[in-house]
Design a protein around this ligand. Structure first.
Ligand SMILES: NC(=O)c1ccc[n+]([C@@H]2O[C@H](COP(=O)([O-])OP(=O)(O)OC[C@H]3O[C@@H](n4cnc5c(N)ncnc54)[C@H](O)[C@@H]3O)[C@@H](O)[C@H]2O)c1
Length: 253
């Protein structure tokens, strides 16, 4: 990835951090985005300490004005990884059946998981088109592919983001721009850490893992090689796809 500039959103921890470190090792210049400035700084420092190139890029992907102005300051990017997301303010704790939710409950899911992806994708496309090269990777969730009882709006937002990817792929392939989704199963990251750290042997954790052929949660390192392939020149004829990294979740259901 030498000579490529890569913007990774939500890269301050979890999957995004794992991707940022891997892109840093691959020789790319990494723009480390996060809502929390100190997390962007820490991961950028970590990449530089390992000999890589990185710049902190703290901004809120939900605020289109901030996205546009951060990118105007940072300059064009070759690769966008739409990773910032959340499963709700309380993560796994905030789950509810759709019939028990109100429109006000939907906002936090839609803002980051769907609008965040719309904002960043829209902001990077003009310079990718001008450069006739670009890669857009969007981290989605099996919640959006298979449905997710208790996570309906999160799943809807992720499915919306995945749909955007397909249209962006069709519209921009002629400019050597590819767009793909990586659909994750349940991961062990700060988002879900309470589930594994405090309740690893709980009925809830066991129930989740029962649906996985490989009976463990995913870790960020499970995602990095696929992301590097899709982001590189070797991935130039893979576009509009949703590729699952999920330990076999759902194919045996
Ligand atoms: N953890 C899982 O089990 C799981 C499963 C499927 C999909 N995913 C998806 O993978 C991605 C990464 O998840 P994770 O588990 O690493 O999450 P995480 O909560 O551990 O980390 C997400 C990072 O994104 C940042 N972020 C949140 N909102 C932001 C915003 N508006 N602007 C900029 N940064 C923001 C957070 O500050 C945090 O550092 C998300 O899109 C998530 O929906 C996760």
């Amino acid at each position: 990835m030498t000579s490529r500039r890569v913007l990774i959103t939500g890269a301050g921890q979890g999957v995004g951090r794992g991707l940022a470190l891997a892109f840093g090792r691959s020789g790319a210049e990494v723009l480390v985005n996060d809502l929390h400035r100190e997390r962007s700084d820490e991961v950028a420092d970590e990449i530089r300490s390992a000999g890589g190139s990185a710049v902190p890029a703290p901004f809120d992907v939900c605020d289109y004005g901030s996205v546009v102005s951060a990118l105007a300051d940072a300059g064009p990017v070759d690769v966008l990884v739409n990773n910032a997301g959340n499963a709700g303010a309380e993560g796994f704790g905030g789950r509810a059946k759709f019939a028990d939710t109100e429109p006000a409950d939907w906002e936090p899911f839609l803002r980051v998981n769907l609008y965040g992806v719309l904002h960043c994708t829209r902001a990077v496309l003009p310079s990718m088109i001008a450069n006739t090269w670009g890669r857009i990777l969007t981290i989605v969730s099996d919640a959006g592919r298979t449905g997710d009882p208790g996570g309906a709006v999160y799943g809807a937002a992720k499915a919306g983001a995945a749909g955007l990817t397909r249209s962006v792929a069709l519209e921009n392939g002629r400019h050597n721009i590819t767009a793909n989704n990586i659909s994750l199963g349940t991961m062990r990251t700060p988002m879900t850490e309470p589930l594994w750290a405090e309740h690893a042997d709980s009925p809830q954790a066991k129930e989740i893992l029962r649906n996985y052929a490989v009976r463990r949660p995913g870790v960020p390192e499970d995602v990095t090689e696929l992301a590097l392939l899709l982001a590189g020149d070797q991935g130039s004829w893979i576009t509009g796809q949703t590729i699952c990294v999920n330990g076999g979740y759902s194919f045996g259901l």
